[in-house]
Design a protein around this ligand. Structure first.
Ligand code: BG6
Length: 478
């Protein structure tokens, strides 16, 4: 619907930006830090773009004060970051590594000192390798206790200081890439194992949320879900059903569990028939129901347009991790859906569809189905950027992308969606897990490249100043 006038953003709207430990910190083996599954995975030849790793990343571990000063200058209201489990517990559990915890205490204090609201993500994919070796990490129920124990240490350390907590970042991504596409650790390709690992991740998620509430923690907690709303290519009922199926299997399969404590009916029925459904034990459903989030974190990048895919149709295809436009392979689930290009939108050099309206649609769907406040925990454009001889970066394409998404959020707010804040991805440039350093997302350019011999100097992009103005005006001119 078109509104005659748009509502204003709420006065306390959290204009933020985000990062993740492995992608920015570096210092991979400093101050007692243990090894994570990513520290190992990146060393396997052929796994990441040109073999890039996060050993140094953008050296945020040593330069966090400089980065927070830039945030302050920009006027940022919130900064979302993740804690590396291996800094707190090098062996996943046991004795706390005080030096590791101290880094985050310093970071949080620095943010608060500069009036920036910390948004703390407990888990952004860097599982302690010890737990992978000992009991196969997410494939064991033991993870629930260890994850809750780790989270409890952070709850105690940051009670009252951190008000916004993210439990798991993109469970749907780290589980599907880790156990089906084999493109993330532990590089398994087995749907049965995937659904079981996913079930344990659901339990772990519910368990930390339950713990947070039992401890009477001030503030709120929720998972960040990677939501790509599904569209049918056209009104052919077969394609409309394919889109419903994709929404069930790719979205409700996680969000329903977070918010209703139950798996969606049609998707579960199909998995049962195929012998792929997870084993659910007595007590699991109670735990899932008891771990209800206070808000839902949404990471939004693109929508997913589908058509029906026959039983002998296309299966999983390779992603574009090189930045060669058009190199994404066809991908689908035989008998259910197949992804196709949406003819109405443009694509980035990594073939990600640019669809601001899709964010409004996604926010609307969440609001109708779950009636829960949403914190947009990621949204941004990964592109090549060019540092000019004058050390400037004219990223007008990023400004255009972000501006259109902010406008879509304002429209969603006008529709009645409760949006708490907007964290762009990302604050500084950083390591893109599979795509190296050349795929840049930040407001702040970092001189770092695939050879990892960059100066690590920071330069403000044009988009830095654009967001500064948005924040000053509280989005009133978007
Ligand atoms: C999300 C992740 O999937 O998208 C981030 O939470 C990630 O960690 C971001 O970097 C962008 O994806 P990519 O593959 O372009 O780095």
């Amino acid at each position: 619907m078109e509104h005659k006038q748009l509502d204003q953003f709420p006065k306390d709207f959290l204009w933020g930006s985000a990062s993740a430990a492995y992608q920015v910190e570096g210092a991979w083996n400093e101050a007692g830090k243990g090894i994570s599954v990513w520290d190992e995975f990146v060393r396997i030849p052929g796994k990441t773009f040109k073999g890039t790793n996060g050993d140094v990343a953008v050296d945020h571990y040593h330069r966090y004060k400089e980065d927070v000063a830039l945030m302050k200058e920009q006027g940022l209201k919130a900064y979302r970051f993740s804690v590396a489990w291996t800094r707190i517990f090098p062996n996943g559990r046991g004795e706390i590594n005080q030096a590791g915890l101290q880094f985050y205490i310093n970071l949080v204090d620095e943010l608060i000192k500069n009036q920036i609201e910390p948004v703390l993500t407990l888990y952004h994919w860097d599982l302690p390798q010890v737990l992978q070796d000992e009991y196969q990490g997410w494939e064991s129920r033991k993870i629930v206790e260890d994850f809750t124990n780790y989270a409890t240490v952070l709850f105690e350390a940051f009670r009252g200081k951190v008000k916004y907590w993210v439990s798991l970042n993109e469970q749907n991504i780290f589980i599907s890439h880790g156990y089906l596409m084999a493109s993330h650790p532990p590089a398994v390709s087995d749907p049965k194992r995937m659904y079981q690992a996913n079930h344990y991740a659901n339990l772990a998620n519910a368990s930390v949320i339950k713990k947070f509430h039992e401890m009477g923690m001030p503030g709120g907690i929720g998972p960040s879900f990677a939501y790509g709303p599904n569209y049918a290519l056209d009104s052919d009922p077969k394609n409309v059903l394919a889109a419903e199926d994709s929404e069930d299997l790719n979205a409700h399969f996680w969000m329903d569990v977070y918010l209703f404590g139950k798996y969606p009916i049609a998707a579960m029925k199909m998995l049962n028939e195929q012998g792929l459904a997870p084993t659910i034990e007595v007590g699991d459903e109670e735990l899932l129901a008891a771990g209800k989030p206070d808000f839902l974190g949404i990471n939004y990048y693109q929508t997913n347009t589908v058509v029906f895919n026959p039983l002998d149709g296309v299966g999983l295809g390779k992603m574009n991790t090189t930045g060669e436009k058009g190199s994404t392979e066809e991908s689908g689930l035989p008998g259910v859906f197949k992804r196709v290009e949406n003819p109405f939108v443009e694509r980035t050099n990594w073939d990600w569809e640019i669809d601001p309206e899709g964010l409004r649609i996604g926010l609307r769907r969440i609001t109708s189905r779950y009636r829960i406040p949403v914190l947009i925990t990621e949204n941004g454009l990964g592109e090549y950027d060019k540092l000019t001889d004058d050390k400037e970066i004219h990223d007008d394409y990023r400004i255009d992308y972000l501006n259109r998404h902010v406008h879509a959020i304002r429209e969603a707010i006008t529709d009645g969606v409760d949006v708490l804040g907007y964290c762009t991805w990302s604050y500084t440039d950083l390591l893109s897990w599979l795509n190296g350093y050349q795929k840049r997302y930040g407001f702040v350019y970092v001189e770092q490249d695939e050879k990892q011999d960059g100066s690590l100097n920071r330069y403000k992009k044009d988009s830095f100043y654009w967001y500064q103005k948005i924040i000053q005006e509280n989005g009133s001119n978007v």
